[in-house]
Unconditional design. Sequence first.
Length: 161
Amino acid sequence: MELMNCRVTTFLVLLFELFSIKSVVSVVNDAIYTTTMLRPRQILYSIALLMLVATSACAQAEVKADAILPDWLNAKIAKLEAPSKYEQSPEIWKILYKNEDAYLFIAPCCDQFDALYDATGKLLCYPRGGFSGGGDGKCLDAITPMTKYVVVWKKPESSKK
């Protein structure tokens, strides 16, 4: 429901901006090029526009930690905890991707892809990593500076090299 309210608010802000852009431009022109006072209606539109833009940012839903992890994830964690001659993922994050739970396996080192799985264990994409750092390009919106996450598993310190 919160996402729907956010989308409606964003739509209304854009609609308001489209219809009031002429008014805002005339306010700026009046302020810059003439010595006349601003009209009350133009001031009201400008204030309303600023208030709508300032309050229209959609809040990202919180990521909740689960007490019980899915079976497929527990199986992958068991493989990661087993001795291996290859370097394994040091962390698994739970994030929200397209408003659904998803799990991001952080790559152990440089130029390796971070794998993103949905809640059922299906590989979705590789949002980060590779030579460019941009992953495979299939889900560029999965990880942003604003992405909230919960660490669901971290490699034990004793198994790190």
